[in-house]
Design a binder for this molecule. Structure first.
Ligand SMILES: NC(=O)c1ccc[n+]([C@@H]2O[C@H](COP(=O)([O-])OP(=O)(O)OC[C@H]3O[C@@H](n4cnc5c(N)ncnc54)[C@H](OP(=O)(O)O)[C@@H]3O)[C@@H](O)[C@H]2O)c1
Length: 289
């Protein structure tokens, strides 16, 4: 059986979707070619799991061509840092040349040409690029990862979750990164399975107050400029700090909605089991994971 190429396979500071996916595919007996950016202990762990690890930069066309050689199914992810559309372009060209038949790519829930953060607009442009490449692209438009909130909750004094989201009844849609990976695994394990080219993935809807409590914290509002300064230091990426500050502001402006966000059937349909709630995620996770 030819391998599935998984990018972002080492995992990183967002949800580590590629790491979850690699483990899930290998667990199903599907060989994985794991593209990692850094040849460190995370790569060693992937090799120990049985992945064929290749090291490279997705923005580099030669690397991406080599990684996609002989591949028919692939997962595409790139972190919330600069270089996303460069990487998408190189991946689209190389995947088209390789004759890839199905690509599952991570996107964001509100991706669109008029979306309110630059990264969301980039995600929409990335979707167009992958579609034009004619590589069977399926875009997973995911809500906020549980891991994203949990990582922020892990900072500070162990008591507060500080975000610029306004009152504690402000709502936000959430999803576990492992569930996103499960959907990708389902689609890549059976590449002939028909599927809409865009799938919305929301596994839980919480107020920020309840979300903080699920993570063992008390929610505290702050102003966007203060949080942005903190995020610049924490993420060490203006791209991530700008995107996330704006994202929390959007939720704050939308406030408390009646059925504004809804859990989606797609997680169970393609991932094989019901979505992981934030509460269940918080119960089973290890801190800083
Ligand atoms: N966070 C959220 O709440 C959320 C919600 C919805 C959608 N998303 C989307 O999810 C995506 C990120 O997901 P994720 O969980 O897979 O990210 P992640 O956990 O940050 O992992 C990203 C991986 O990409 C690797 N990488 C970095 N630069 C690279 C390069 N130039 N070439 C090849 N690989 C590179 C990193 O390796 P190194 O660590 O070695 O650099 C890391 O292993 C983004 O597109 C984001 O917009 C995020």
């Amino acid at each position: 059986m030819e391998p599935v190429l998984v990018t972002g396979a080492a995992g990183g500071r967002q949800g580590s979707t590629g790491r979850h996916l690699t483990a899930q595919l290998l667990g199903r007996g599907i060989p994985v070619r794991a593209l990692v950016h850094t040849n460190d202990e995370r790569a060693t762990t992937l090799r120990a799991l049985g992945a064929d690890v290749v090291v490279g930069d997705l923005r580099d066309l030669d690397t991406t061509r080599d990684a996609l050689h002989g591949i028919q199914r692939a997962y595409f992810t790139y972190p919330v840092i600069d270089g996303f559309l460069e990487a998408t372009g190189a991946f689209a060209v190389a995947a088209h040349e390789a004759g890839v038949e199905r690509v599952v790519a991570i996107s964001q829930l509100a991706a669109g040409p008029q979306a309110l953060t630059p990264r969301m607009r980039q995600h929409w442009a990335a979707e167009q690029i992958l579609d034009w490449a004619d590589i069977g692209a399926i875009h997973l438009r995911a809500a906020v990862f549980h891991e994203n909130l949990a990582r922020i909750a892990d900072t500070g004094d162990g008591e507060l979750l500080t975000l610029p989201m306004g009152p504690e009844h402000t709502e936000l849609p959430l999803v576990a990164a492992a569930d996103v990976a499960r959907v990708a695994a389902g689609l890549l394990a059976d590449p002939q399975r028909p599927c809409d080219p865009v799938l919305l993935l929301t596994g839980d809807v919480q107020t920020i107050g309840d979300a903080a409590r699920a993570l063992g914290r008390t929610y505290r509002d702050t102003d966007p400029a203060t949080w942005h300064r903190w995020a610049l230091d924490f993420y060490r990426s203006p791209h991530a700090a700008d995107h996330l500050t704006k994202l929390w502001e959007i939720f704050r402006l939308l406030g408390e909605g009646t059925n504004r966000y809804q859990t989606t059937p797609t997680i169970e349909q393609y991932g094989g089991h019901p979505p992981t709630t934030l509460e269940a995620f918080a119960t089973h996770r290890t801190p800083a994971h």
